[in-house]
Every structure is written in structure tokens, then in C-alpha cells.
Design a binder for this molecule. Sequence first.
Ligand code: PLP
Length: 429
Amino acid sequence: MKNLLQQDPDIAQALENEIRRQTEGLEMIPSENHTSPAVLEALGSRFTDKYSEGYPGIRYYGGCENVDMVENLARERAKALFGVTHANVQPYSGSPANHAVYFALVNPGDKVMGMHLYYGGHMTHGLKVNFSGTYYNSIQYQTGKDGFLNYDEMAEMVKKEQPKLIFTGATAYPRIFDWQRLREIADTCGAWLVADISHIAGLVVSGDHPSPVGFADVVTTTTHKTLRGPRGALILCNGNPSNPLKKAERIKENIPTLIDRAIIPGLQGGPHNHQTAAIAVALKEAATPEFKEYGHQIVRNAKTLAAELLNKDFNLVTGGTDNHLLLIDLTNKNLSGKEAEKALSLAGITVNKNTVPFDPRSPFDPSGIRLGTPALTTRGMKEEEMKIIAGWIDEAVMAKDDDMKLADIRRRVKELTDQFPLYSGLSYK
Ligand SMILES: Cc1ncc(COP(=O)(O)O)c(C=O)c1O
């Protein structure tokens, strides 16, 4: 930080504060994680200086020999990790990756289908105020009252509406997806099936969640959640791309070419080479036996947290979890998701407010909170720590506005986090 401190003390101060916040608190937002020092080094590197529109071997700029190597490595690692024959590693993030899939496979105005945001879907799965619900004629499916995805209801909707593309996967869903069932549903109307595994990609790698590969036509994922890489995304599919400079008909065999063409020239310019380099590093880490064990531990931790919270009379949507996240309906605790988010934050525990299925409250102050274990597991926390943390969550929710009590929990949180440092290279001390 030497240069930053000298040149821009304001930004240096904000960064130091952020490192302190992450180090001393419990990061329980399920879409967040802590990247390794190696990933950070690649991300903060000279690769950010380089323009390289196009793909390895077919660039619009000179001097691309090193970034070609980086992008090829990232592609090969992604392909091997997820068992596909084609990977596009250039999407700037998850939303642009999903945007590219629509752009590749359907026309503006076509009927598309995805899970509603309020029931666990992502904005890019057809929310009316998002591009996906504005440029496309989106219809939305939801969970049943029990919080589980209702496949029968979804199948009925598909039969009636005949969408051209179905987005699956979620942002706040604590259960396993039945990819085979989803493929069968899509096949009843000949729709493209897209699996957005942003949240669960790390668990797919570790074998803790079934892979959609072989069922979905296209798989998208962010690289910064359970996969533990830098912000970014991958688009995965099977088949071999032909020249992305040439137009391709919308048929299955052309999916890789259609995807590559959607990224550039369709939607993006130059790839973020520093980000690609950091993604490549993260993919190498994800291919290790340690990462598999990491995935197993994420789930064990989430299940322990769920069991402890159920014991403390917390109401979990679907009654528990199969993956890395929990959705708590706080209605019986007499506080809203927003109030709980604030109280927990004062206690040093970061979560986010979230709607629950059929939420009677507004999404700005919903009935629930969403929390997960990926970041805590990265720090080495296990079942024993989850039990302690469940107790603190209970205390904080009961303390609500009692700042003294919340500060006392925060002190204990700090004592615990002192024993589980972030990667040593990140310490602000
Ligand atoms: C399922 C899913 N898809 C896509 C995204 C979008 O990713 P990004 O925030 O990188 O645009 C998210 C992010 O929360 C997500 O949960």
C-alpha cells in the first residue's frame, strides 16, 4: 500500500477500513468470499493495462502473446473443472454473462422464463425492471408455499406459455436443483435451458451439488462466490466454436459460436485481462483436493448453523438447507429483515435482508434475512464455530435496539475472528 498511501490517502484509508471490517467481522453474505493472495496479486497486476479485443489467436490488437496465454489457460482450466468442451471467460460479471446468453439465443420480444426475484431468482432471470424483462417478454415462476421449487406448477406454466428460453438457478434458494427434471420440462416446448450456477459453482466443483452439465444447453456462473475467485463470470457449453467473426444460425451445434459472438462483437469490448488472470489462478486453486474439502465443509457448516437456529425457534424457509445458504423468515421474531440486518451488523455479523416466499412485506424491508457459510469456511471455521455464531445471531436478534448488548457481541466476534485470520497477506496490521 506504500504508493497508495502516499498518493491517495483517502482511498488508502477506505481500503484499510474495509480490510479491518472484513478481518474483524463475520462475513455471512452467501454470495461473498475471501480470495487468496495469489488471486489478488494477479488481479492487481499490469495485465490491467492491456487491450486485447477478440479471442486468443484472433485479436484486434498487437502485443497479445502474454494475455493469449492467460486466456487460454483460464479457458482450459474452466473446461477441465466443469467437464465441458467450451468456456468463455470474458464476461465482465454475472449479469453481463446472462445478458450474453439471451443475446445469443433469442430475439428481443421473445418469451423467456425465469424464477422471480422475490422467490429466490436473480434480476437477470426476467425481472420486469431488468433488461431481461424489458427487452424480452418475460414470465416468472416461483416456489410453493413450502419454499421448494414447484416443478409440476412450472411444467404447467411452460406447457401453457411455450417460452423460447428458460433460466434456472437462483440467488436465494437453499435446496438442490433437479437438472434432469428441468431439462424434461424445457423439452416439452423445445426451449433452451440455461443453468445459472453462480451461487453453487464451488459446490458443483466439490461434488456437493449435482452438475447441470449434460442437461442445460448453457451454464453461466460468477467466479466470485463459492468458486472463490475475483469478480467475473464464465459461460460454459458443449460443442466446438467456429470462427466468431462469422454469423451462425441458432442451432444447438452453434451454441459456442453464438456465445462467443454475443460477448464480442455483441456486448463487450476488450476483456479485463487482469481479471482473466485472477480467474485462471482461482480455477487452479479450485482443482485441488483442498478445494473439494472446502466445499464439503461449507455444506457441513451451513447444515450445522441451520440445525442450531432451528433449535432456537428460527423459522427457516424449506426447513433447512442442502447448500451454502439459509433463508430465515423472521416473522415469529417480531422484527423485519432490515432491522435484523442492522442489529447483526452492529454485532459484527454481516448478512443481507431478503424476501421470503409470499412475503407480505416490501422488498425494501422484507420479512427475512439470507446468510451463508462460504467466507467463514475460507477462514477455517467449522461446526464448533457455527454453533457459537448461531447463539450470537439469536442474541443479536433478541437485543435488536440494545446497542450495549450488540457491542458486547461484537467484542466476542472480534475475539473469535482473531483466531481465524483472513489469508495472512491481507492483514492490515
Ligand atoms: C444467480 C446469480 N446470477 C447472476 C448474478 C449476477 O452477478 P453480478 O453481480 O456479478 O452481475 C448473481 C449475483 O448475485 C446471482 O446470484
